[in-house]
Design a protein around this ligand. Structure first.
Ligand code: NAP
Length: 285
């Protein structure tokens, strides 16, 4: 059930695991944010073309959403509704919720997110606010609004966090902190809602090959990145099985469990060294 440390015993699972059947996505409506690229786009494609789910897909780039819709139409009969929105703006987040309201939502994948790779001192206040509002505020706003309706459909929510939310990542310090918020938020809600008719899953991938890691600064770290399609498949499965906190990839899970045994100052220092070196190569440090 969990991915850090050992699995729950049968007795513990009876008490602390989700007492609901796996989800069944066919002909159900799911909302996917950040569906214009990377993980969100891949999860949307898998949900629609392999599981037969109908989708409301959200992002700022309308043309990307349109091309996703066209791609899905070729491969399946799933219905797709596109909503262009900037989720760093509360009014846009609320408009997405209004536009989604007529649909009997069964699931939501709150995946949209942004990062900045560099010294924290270089992150301007406006950029920080935009990150916080996209990665945290819009997710809480949507979660608050969606949980009551998801409960009426026995549905599920997937919050896309990151391993950077479990282990601090220097040089993505504020991003890492926004993702830590999601880990605590999702795991806390899981227990608050246990025994009710909706599940809350927190998904925490390691680095992925996507636009987020496209930049030159990520080049030295690229060999550690997981293909997005693989992470998307495991994300859909984690939602489907109503998992608790899930890290894709056995190496990441074992590495994560091992890293928790070590002093945080050591593990964060090692990660910080790698990121400083990567940054230094592109900055000529
Ligand atoms: N890449 C990684 O290494 C990694 C690792 C762990 C977790 N994650 C998490 O996975 C999620 C997806 O990231 P990704 O790797 O797939 O990156 P990506 O390719 O850059 O995708 C990010 C998605 O979020 C959307 N988005 C960003 N800001 C938005 C805003 N203000 N309003 C609406 N949509 C917005 C983008 O769409 P538009 O630009 O069209 O708006 C895009 O669809 C993020 O939450 C990220 O934190 C990523």
């Amino acid at each position: 059930m969990c991915c850090l440390g050992r699995s729950l015993t049968r007795r513990e699972a009876t008490r602390y695991a989700w007492p609901m059947k796996p989800m069944e996505f066919r002909d159900r409506w799911l909302l996917v944010t950040g569906a214009s690229s990377g993980l969100g786009r891949e999860m949307a494609k898998i949900l629609a073309t392999e599981h037969g789910a109908n989708l409301i897909v959200v992002a700022r780039r309308q043309e990307r959403l349109d091309s996703l819709k066209a791609e899905i139409a070729i491969a399946s009969s799933a219905q797709v509704v596109t909503v262009r929105a900037d989720l760093s703006r509360l009014e846009d987040t609320d408009r997405v919720l209004e536009e989604a309201a007529p649909y009997p939502l069964y699931g939501a994948v709150l995946n949209a997110g942004v990062t900045r790779f560099g010294p924290h001192g270089d992150l301007g206040w406006d950029a920080f606010r935009q990150m916080l509002d996209t990665n945290v505020t819009s997710v809480v706003r949507m979660t608050n609004s969606l949980l009551p309706s998801l409960e009426t459909t026995n549905g599920g929510l997937l919050l896309v966090s990151s391993m950077a939310g479990i282990f601090p990542v220097p040089y993505q310090t504020a991003y890492s902190a926004t993702k830590a918020f999601l880990v605590h938020f999702g795991c806390g809600l899981f227990h608050e809602y246990k025994g009710r008719r909706v599940s809350i899953t927190t998904y925490a991938p390691s680095g992925l090959v996507s636009e987020m890691t496209d930049g030159e600064r990520f080049t030295p770290l690229r060999r550690w990145l997981m293909p997005t399609e693989r992470a998307a498949r495991q994300g859909v499965e984690a939602l489907n099985l109503r998992k608790y906190l899930y890290i894709p990839g056995i190496v990441n899970r074992v590495g994560g469990a091992f890293a928790r045994l070590l002093p945080r100052q050591l593990t964060t220092g090692i990660v910080g060294d790698q990121y400083r070196n990567a940054l230094g190569r592109t900055r000529g440090w």
